[in-house]
Ligand binder design. Structure first.
Ligand SMILES: [Zn+2]
Ligand SMILES: [Zn+2]
Length: 374
């Protein structure tokens, strides 16, 4: 069948993207789903910083690639063996397919699936190969989803069946921003009620980290960013204090404000200076968690002695250490109860044709999540 999709032919092209158009809207051929795969009519997909880092070249991926990894849609065809899914189901896609058979999968850590990571790096499906072509040339898949498209073939291990009473533009963000941000708090750090939290970087993941801290009952939630508008938004969402990241005394100010630092500091910007701030505002015995994706060349250093003498923990969090099939329905349920105001994080809804301009707005530090609707 045919599908329209946003294809990146070359990464590293300079903006403004509205003019340089790194993403081309193409009519692609889409092969039918194979065993353990689903054909989905994509209804909504979020614009995420990790799409942007593929476009601007800071994360290298094979091209040409059909981008988009945070999507929700409706199942229109079910491949053989995809038990548990039926035509008409609403699904949220997530960006690491998990084989269920490798060591991390067997340990209950599907975010670290070895086969999933290998397929994602190659721009292939979990079962191998690609289902998208243009004039018989293969187009790579982005993280097993390629959601900036009218239709997508995804592994059944990239999708979770969800309730049908939530609009697709709200569902989409559960596939990346919500599970990454909330999961870092709940699964990776296991933040305890009454503790103190700092969030450094207030993009989609940072804001969800903040909501997660509020949900778990943190008594102090400190938001840190370079953007004044984002700091104000964080306050409305429950931040108890805000600090400007570029103030030269930001670390000492926060240490003073918290009487020695926070129990948990989350770095979500994917930048070494943000990670340094996160480490230095963590108190003795505290934990520094990063869910940001810096340039692979970037190096982070810290005084090693503090690990011992202050019993510090530094932890990475990928996909929020989530088990998506367990956590996405749980988080959606919290949203429906009004305890997780994801709708306050959503911004413009745009069409596929305006996607390059959408990435200009994301690159300029726009506050809310931009959603493409198909
Ligand atoms: Zn993402
Ligand atoms: Zn696996």
């Amino acid at each position: 069948m045919k599908t329209r999709a946003a294809v990146l032919y070359e990464s590293g092209v300079a903006g403004p993207y509205k003019e340089t158009e790194p993403l081309k809207i193409e009519h692609l051929d889409l092969k039918p789903p194979r065993r353990n795969e689903l054909l989905i009519r994509v209804r909504a997909a979020g614009l995420c910083h990790s799409d942007l880092s593929v476009i601007n070249g800071s994360r290298k991926r094979p091209t040409p690639m059909a981008l988009g990894h945070e999507a929700a849609g409706e199942v229109v065809e079910v491949g053989e063996g995809s038990d548990g899914f039926a035509v008409g189901d609403h699904v949220v896609c997530y960006f690491v397919p998990s084989c269920g058979e490798c060591l991390p999968c067997m340990e209950g850590r599907p975010a670290l699936c070895e086969s999933g990571a290998a397929a994602n790096n190659k721009g292939e499906m979990l079962a191998g190969d690609r289902r998208l072509t243009k004039d018989e040339d293969d187009i790579h898949h982005h993280l097993g989803v390629s959601g900036f498209a009218e239709y997508a073939v995804v592994s059944k291990h990239s999708a979770v069946k969800v309730d049908t009473d939530i609009p697709f533009h709200e569902l989409a963000v559960f596939g990346c921003a919500v599970i990454t941000g909330l999961g870092a708090v709940i699964n990776t750090a296991e933040v305890k009620p009454g503790s103190t939290v700092a969030v450094i970087g207030l993009g989609g993941i940072g804001m969800n980290t903040l909501l997660g801290a509020k949900l778990t009952g943190a008594r102090e939630i400190i938001a840190i960013d370079m953007n004044e508008e984002k700091l104000q938004h964080a306050q409305k969402l429950g931040a108890t204090a805000t600090f400007h990241a570029q103030n030269e005394n930001v670390v000492s100010n926060i240490r003073e404000y918290t009487d020695g630092g926070v129990d948990y500091a989350f770095e979500t910007a994917g930048a070494v200076p943000a990670m340094e701030t996160a480490y230095h505002v963590t108190r003795r015995g505290g934990m520094t968690i990063t869910s940001g994706l810096p340039d692979p060349q970037d190096q982070f250093s810290f005084p090693q002695v503090t690990l011992t003498s202050e019993e510090r923990t530094v932890k990475g969090s990928y996909l929020g250490s989530c088990v998506p099939a367990r956590d996405i329905p749980r988080f959606i349920s919290l949203y429906k109860q009004g305890r997780l105001p994801i709708d306050h994080l959503l911004g413009d809804r745009i069409s596929l044709n305006d996607i390059n301009e959408g990435f200009d707005r994301l690159a300029s530090g726009k506050v809310s999540r931009i959603i493409v609707e198909m």
